[in-house]
Design a protein around this ligand. Structure first.
Ligand code: ZN
Ligand code: FE
Length: 260
């Protein structure tokens, strides 16, 4: 069975490596150098590059990796992806060369207009979601509307609760600090904060999380929850008509949030 390895990049990115024996695929290689070092150290050949969206911290290593390894590039059809060989959209499937897994594609616009995510089974259900869903948070709305992102997150929230969530950044403690401002009385959230702090104190990633964890504690998946709605309405200073309005208010609240 393939294993999934975190390759840290920049200050807080994770490049996810899916490895099976002498082959590996890489998700969102923003930087080629740590990937090439890992391949050399482990005597592994790169067989695929998979991108979720066009931001440089996710695709910046594509061209150097293609030059060094010849690995083909899969990425979202609706975005400009360096070196892309295969354009993907909702419902497409990727048989990852040399790895023996098939990943399915979901359209999840909002952070960017053409953002995609990959789902599959690697010792249980897995999700590679780039900058759409984070552990305890979600991506900023650079290109999409609140309605788009709310729908994309609802699609991810509907996955098997056991799904392991491989997001692209270690933002968890800051996200959970904000979540605690939205739902200060949540015991599930307090337990998650303690567990995440313990992981970081050991220098370990807090990622992957699970869809079950996110549904229980991530305010961006909880716009339909009465406590989250009440907090959003208090922050806005008026009643909010729809769950999308609650989501938009919580997203804007986080954009200006500074923990103290
Ligand atoms: Zn991004
Ligand atoms: Fe990013």
């Amino acid at each position: 069975m393939p294993s999934i390895i975190a390759i840290p990049a920049f200050s807080d990115n994770y490049i996810w490596m899916i490895r099976e024996a002498g082959h590996a695929a890489v998700v969102d290689p923003g930087d080629a150098a740590p990937v090439l070092a890992w391949l050399a150290d482990n005597d592994v050949a790169l067989t695929a590059i998979l991108n979720t969206h066009h931001h440089a911290d996710h695709v910046g290593g594509n061209r150097a990796l293609v030059a060094a390894t010849g690995a083909p590039v899969w990425g979202p059809a609706r975005e400009a992806i360096p070196g892309r060989d295969h354009a993907l959209a909702e419902g497409d499937r990727v048989a990852v060369p040399g790895i023996g897994i098939v990943l399915s594609v979901l359209d999840v616009p909002g952070h960017t207009a053409g953002h995609i995510a990959y789902v599959g089974d690697i010792g249980g259900p897995v999700l590679f979601c780039g900058d759409t869903l984070f552990a305890g948070g979600c991506g900023r709305l650079f290109e999409g509307t609140p309605a788009m992102m709310h729908a994309s997150l609802a699609k991810l929230a509907a996955l098997d609760p056991a799904t392991r969530v491989y997001c692209a950044h270690e933002y968890t403690l800051a996200n959970l600090a904000f979540a605690s401002a939205v739902e200060p009385r949540s015991a599930a959230l307090a337990a998650r904060v303690a567990a995440a702090r313990a992981r970081r104190a050991e220098g370990m990633p807090t990622v992957p999380s699970s869809i079950a964890d996110e549904r229980a504690t991530n305010p961006f998946l909880r716009a339909g929850n009465p406590t989250v709605r009440a907090a959003a309405e208090q922050h806005a200073g008026h009643a909010l008509a729809t769950d999308v309005d609650v989501f938009a208010t919580v997203r804007a609240w986080k954009d200006g949030f500074r923990p103290h």
